[in-house]
Design a protein around this ligand. Structure first.
Ligand SMILES: Cc1ncc(COP(=O)(O)O)c(C=O)c1O
Length: 417
């Protein structure tokens, strides 16, 4: 028996994250053999065509211009007002929805998810997300005594699986007071899927309807971690408009983060943004989430908030930011297009990709395939029902030939697609 002094609810927790594990092995190997000998498709950060981690120029300059006070001061628990305004503006752009909109600073998008689970679901509740989802959702639920439940994201022909979504939501609404739903769209991690205009309309109309006249609530979390690389700036934000005019018992919480859009991953800066027609619910949103921030990490990172707010105050810097994002959005699209073209040529199936950092290759036996690929210095992330390839971090040169390699390995180990 392994000796343990952990409290009962903490016993057996273990944080061996498959993604960071594979990444660590890839990094160690490329230090040994040279970066050109290793394909590291595990990292959820943007790397340039030479394999260097990208930090946007406009963000680098803003960091260098910070004053000592901006760097080290304790910020207000809710976040600096100029940061919160900038986060709301950056998030919604031209498509700001109607209603009361309030924001609280969080530790990245992860902080938003933590606070929503903690404050809007009860101990023992289920929280709903799609079967294809970011693995941390499950840990966040378990760590808070909740259970993650999954609906099927896609139909066999690659569209949003409305039937599965509706059936799961209806069942949960029947059983629970609050139903928290996490929807990672656009640029879903790990598939790259995003809801279409009409799919959004149907989802939101259904949510209104399913709690109509009931003393039940839906808390709909729109996780937009990859928003800034999901399409043309205004076009990809249009769906936000639809979040206005929901009833009191459908609270929208947008999980906004500076991790990707500002390449500030390690700075841990995000914001939770609510949209509601009811002032009391908006006030309560700020009160309870600010309280939870105080009770967990306290204040957020001052320097990160100031960098972001200082960029957003200056239209010339915002233009620079937009241009840099557009450049990298196109680079990622080119890599994804190349992979999909070669996958089509060799008969490797992948899930419908629209935009974002990842492409998913569905299969049974993903672990075996990844283990084999590692022997050839190719590092990918095995998921329950497939393999995740980070097109944000693999150069076009290295993507070339990768689909065929995956296909031959898959065939060699007898994995099924
Ligand atoms: C789907 C999804 N949501 C949210 C996040 C939040 O990241 P962070 O806490 O770094 O903002 C990530 C990061 O990988 C993600 O993949």
């Amino acid at each position: 028996m392994v000796k343990s002094v952990a409290a009962p609810q903490a016993k057996g927790k273990s944080a061996e994250d498959k993604i960071f594990g594979a990444n660590n092995r890839a990094v160690a190997l490329s230090e040994k053999l040279g970066a050109d000998k290793v394909i590291n498709g595990t990292v959820g950060s943007m790397l340039d065509e030479d394999g260097n981690l990208i930090m946007l120029d406009v963000v680098q300059k803003a960091y260098k211009a910070l004053t000592p006070k901006e760097i080290v001061a304790y910020a207000p628990i809710q976040g600096y007002p100029d940061y919160l305004e900038a986060a709301i503006d950056q998030c919604f752009g031209e498509s700001r929805p109607e209603g009361y909109i309030r924001a609280c600073a969080t530790s990245g998008g992860s902080g938003v998810l933590h606070h929503v689970i903690h404050n809007y679901s009860e101990w023992g509740d289920e929280v709903l997300t799609s079967d294809w989802h970011w693995g941390a959702y499950g840990s966040m639920c378990n760590d808070n005594g909740r259970k993650l439940r999954e609906f099927e994201l896609l139909t066999p022909d690659g569209h949003f699986n409305m039937e599965s979504f509706k059936a799961n939501v209806s069942d949960m609404v029947a059983k629970q007071y609050n139903t928290v739903i996490i929807m990672n769209s656009p640029a879903n991690n790990p598939t790259g899927y995003g809801l279409s205009d009409s799919e959004w309309d149907e989802v939101l109309a259904f949510l209104k309807d399913v709690v109509k006249g009931k003393d039940k609530n839906i808390i709909f979390v729109s996780d937009v971690a990859y928003l800034d690389y999901s399409g043309e700036k205004h076009e990809c934000r249009k769906f936000f408009k639809k979040f206005g005019n929901m009833p009191d018992n459908v609270l929208i919480v947008v999980a906004y983060t500076c991790s990707k859009g500002f390449t500030m991953y390690g700075q841990r800066m995000g914001a939770m943004i609510c949209v509601t027609p009811n002032k009391d619910i908006a006030d309560e949103f700020v009160a309870i989430n600010q309280y939870t921030s105080r009770a967990t990490w306290s204040n957020s990172n001052s320097a990160a908030m100031k960098v972001m707010a200082n960029i957003c105050k200056d239209p010339a810097k915002v233009a620079e930011l937009d241009a840099e994002r557009a450049k990298y959005f196109h680079l990622i699209q080119e890599r994804a297009d190349l992979f999909m073209k070669e996958a089509d040529e060799c008969g490797l199936k992948y899930l419908r990709y629209i935009s974002g950092f990842f492409i998913t290759i569905p299969m049974e036996g993903s672990q075996k395939v990844c283990d084999e690929l590692e022997k050839e210095n190719i590092f990918l992330v095995p998921l329950g029902k497939g393999i995740r390839l980070a097109v944000c971090s693999v150069s076009k040169k290295k993507i070339h030939g990768l689909a065929a390699k995956i296909k031959s390995t898959l065939d060699a180990v007898g994995a099924k697609q």
